[in-house]
Design a protein around this ligand. Structure first.
Ligand code: KG4
Ligand code: ZN
Length: 372
């Protein structure tokens, strides 16, 4: 435990690697919980152009591109941070959830770098990295409510600490970003659909089409978007002359009503669960880049007397700075991973074990960080 206490006393510098989907990313971050941290470099190469002809991410193409790009991206991240591998304290990489071939590339590279430079390895859960980003950017104190909205995830939960997540709601079918992407496809818009729908919706009438608001008014904080997507398909089929901007605006307006309602349920549950705690909503994931969503939830938080933290858009979408920061948070709890740690396609946040000085099992602290 002494070595762990030693780590806590000084800022940690971590190289982070992210390859769980279609962004090849590496970053160097320095800091100490609760943050904010200092982003020394943050390189993200998007593969969107390679996947666009297929209307979505092709796993084999993603994995191959990561193999081709990652070494150069890591080199650039270290160069821009003006640091060598021998001067970082640890190497962190996303170990899941995500496309398994893609995750494998980043994790294997991180293992090789950690072994070569004799640095500890931290296997990061991608969702935890999104969850802790508001601490990297603004030092948000635990506990807070997290709305995680991306292409693959749609969840509301209480973040009580590193590894401590209390689920409030999740989607029973599509993620919200997936609903944006599928609706965009129905309207003939390019991938990724979120930004395309958002831009088109600016020129449309949000009351143009009466679309359903699935789950509105339910007691729990779950989401459902499949029915909304089906309703859009029906409009497109039965009203071929419908103005696409009106469809996009009506769809986005329905999504906003649902997200607002579901988030309101979670905020009220959080207030009941943590009566003495500060009240803060954090939004993370690619859909948090949507301006209408940001404004809708800002208004909700004023009404419900919650503070709100929304990381800047490039830290909401997939990036490696959030992975490096999650690595810092875990390492400062004394948690490092064995070099044999396996990548995982599925890895729900609730499967993480609570991290902290009193709860970290001894076996997880076997590799101790090296002093700088
Ligand atoms: O977090 P992210 O970069 O990758 C995943 O982990 O999924 O999120 C990507 C998702 C895509 O579905 C994309 O359409 C959506 O975020 N997105 C948006 C916007 N920008 C990205 N959705 C709505 N409005 C946006 N401006
Ligand atoms: Zn993500």
């Amino acid at each position: 435990m002494d070595a762990i206490t030693g780590v806590r006393d000084r800022p940690f510098t971590v190289l982070g690697i992210e390859t769980s989907c279609d962004e090849t990313a590496a970053a160097v971050v320095r800091g100490n919980p609760p943050g904010p941290g200092e982003i020394l470099s943050n390189i993200v190469i998007s593969q969107i152009e390679e996947h666009r002809p297929f209307g979505g991410v092709v796993p084999e193409i993603a994995a191959r591109s990561h193999v081709e790009l990652l070494d150069g991206v890591v080199e650039r991240a270290l160069g821009q941070a003006r640091i060598t591998l021998s001067n970082v304290d640890a190497v962190a990489a996303t170990a899941g959830p995500g496309l398994i071939g893609a995750v494998m590339v980043g994790l294997t590279t991180a293992k090789a770098l950690a072994l070569a430079a004799h640095k500890p390895l931290i296997a990061v859960n991608h969702l935890e990295a999104h969850a802790l980003t508001a601490r990297l950017t603004s030092g948000a104190a635990f506990p807070f409510v997290l709305l995680l909205v991306s292409g693959g995830h749609c969840q509301l939960l209480a973040v009580e600490g590193v590894g401590r997540y209390r689920p409030y709601g999740t989607t029973i079918d599509d993620a919200v970003g997936e609903a944006f992407d599928k609706t965009a496809k129905l309207l003939g818009l390019p991938y990724p659909g979120g930004p395309a729908i958002e831009n088109l919706a600016k020129h449309g009438n949000p009351r143009g089409f009466p679309l359903p608001r699935p789950m509105l008014g339910r007691d729990n904080a779950d989401f459902s978007f499949a029915g909304l997507k089906t309703a859009v398909r029906h409009v497109v089929r039965t009203s071929p002359s419908a103005n696409p901007a009106d469809v996009a605006a009506s769809f986005q307006s329905a999504v906003m009503d649902v997200v607002r309602d579901r988030t309101c349920v979670a905020l009220r549950r959080f207030r009941a669960d943590f009566p003495g705690g500060g009240c803060r909503l954090v939004i993370a994931g690619g859909v948090a880049a949507n301006t209408a969503l940001r404004h809708t939830l800002q208004r909700l938080c004023v009404e419900e007397n919650f503070a709100i933290s929304i990381p800047r858009p490039d830290l909401c979408t997939d990036n490696a700075a959030m992975v490096a920061w999650a690595g810092i948070e875990r390492s400062q709890c004394g948690w490092f991973d064995d070099i044999a740690v396996a990548p995982r396609a599925r890895w729900p946040l609730q499967d993480l074990v609570a991290c902290g000085p009193h709860t970290a099992p001894k076996s997880e602290t076997a590799i101790e960080p090296q002093a700088q």
